[in-house]
Design a protein around this ligand. Structure first.
Ligand SMILES: [Mg+2]
Length: 332
């Protein structure tokens, strides 16, 4: 990939601070840098705690989406999942009612301070809400050890789970659990274990997962992610990193280009923002989001502009990441 000049990147850059409807990942506001390339709006939004070598992949992704044509889209709509936080069972119906028409729910489990009975009650209520045709996956965010995960898999066996996402923290634990659950036909998905470009192959080689949760920004962009998926040879779920509609449009373009997409994607997160940057946000309608670019609302850019301090912080971060990328891109 040829890098555009840094002045060209910065010329169209805006930094926004967007409030979330609820605390998520320990944050109440999401900062994002939006850039405008010849292909349209693109997003650079590594979480603020990420170090530069990791954040540089996100910049590569932003440049890829803004400055080069996306691969051919094999589909126009991407089916997406609802996400159910680790709430008491009594609150399940109220939350899922907001996702009308969505056939798949990702249920958060293994919340610190809760027990497996809480997870069972939440999944049971979800199954009752969806009926037998709905699809349920559970996401433990690495919160169980192997024994706990095996126990949970038994306890949840009656609810016809689609897969178990990141039940344990490490690749070695996932591999051991997968061995133990071998006869269960309960697939294991790796999410947190897939953060860098080299991770998918490591997970695949270790036999640690049946499928991968992949995100366009951390993997360095759509084109790079497609290569990685092909090399890993495992089915994938395309997900987001709490992106604005601009980043979601990148995720949708990636999902649209995956040859075989058999799982609904984690791209229905725009609803977590109180305000989104797009004139026509990429929210799910009837369980799917459309594959298209978005136009950014100038008024939102102005009203939610980050403070000068934060804008300077993001600009300096972009400059450092750009230098890292230049070193990796011979001839640029
Ligand atoms: Mg996850």
């Amino acid at each position: 990939m040829e890098l555009p000049e840094i002045d060209e990147l910065l010329a169209g850059a805006h930094v926004v601070t967007l409030p979330l409807i609820t605390r998520f990942r320990g944050i109440e506001v999401r900062e994002a840098m939006l850039l405008r390339g010849p292909e349209g709006w693109t997003e650079f939004s590594p979480f603020t705690e990420y170090a530069d070598p990791e954040a540089a992949n996100w910049l590569g992704a932003a440049i890829d989406f803004g400055w080069s044509a996306p691969p051919p889209a094999l589909r126009e709509r991407i089916p997406v999942n609802a996400t159910l936080p680790a709430v008491p069972a009594a609150e399940v119906d109220g939350i899922l009612a907001r996702y009308a028409g969505t056939r798949t729910v990702k249920v958060k489990v293994a919340e610190p301070g809760q027990v497996i009975a809480d997870d069972v009650a939440r999944v049971k209520a979800t199954r009752a809400f969806l009926g037998p045709e709905g699809r349920i996956r559970v996401d433990a965010n690495g919160g169980w050890n192997v024994d706990e995960a095996e126990h949970a898999a038994h306890a949840l066996a009656g609810f016809d789970l689609e897969y178990l996402e990141q039940p344990c923290a490490t690749v070695a634990e996932l591999a051991e659990l997968r061995e133990r659950l071998h006869d269960w036909q309960l697939p294991i998905a790796a999410d947190e274990s897939v953060r860098k470009a080299e991770d998918p192959l490591a997970v695949a080689r270790a036999g640690a997962a049946d499928l991968l949760v992949i995100k366009a920004q951390p993997l360095g962009g759509i084109h790079r992610a497609l290569q990685i998926v092909a090399e890993a040879g495992l089915p994938v779920v395309v997900s987001s990193a709490l992106d604005t509609s601009v980043g979601i449009s990148m995720g949708a373009a990636l999902a649209a280009a995956i040859p075989e997409l058999n799982y609904d994607c984690g791209l229905a997160t725009v609803g977590l923002f109180e305000t989104d940057v797009a004139i026509d946000p990429l929210v799910a309608v009837n369980g799917a989001i459309p594959v298209r670019r978005v136009e950014v609302d100038e008024r939102v850019l102005a009203d939610f502009a980050a403070s000068n301090d934060r804008r300077h912080w993001w600009t300096a971060r972009l400059e450092r990441c750009y230098r890292l990328l230049s070193e990796l891109t011979p001839g640029s």
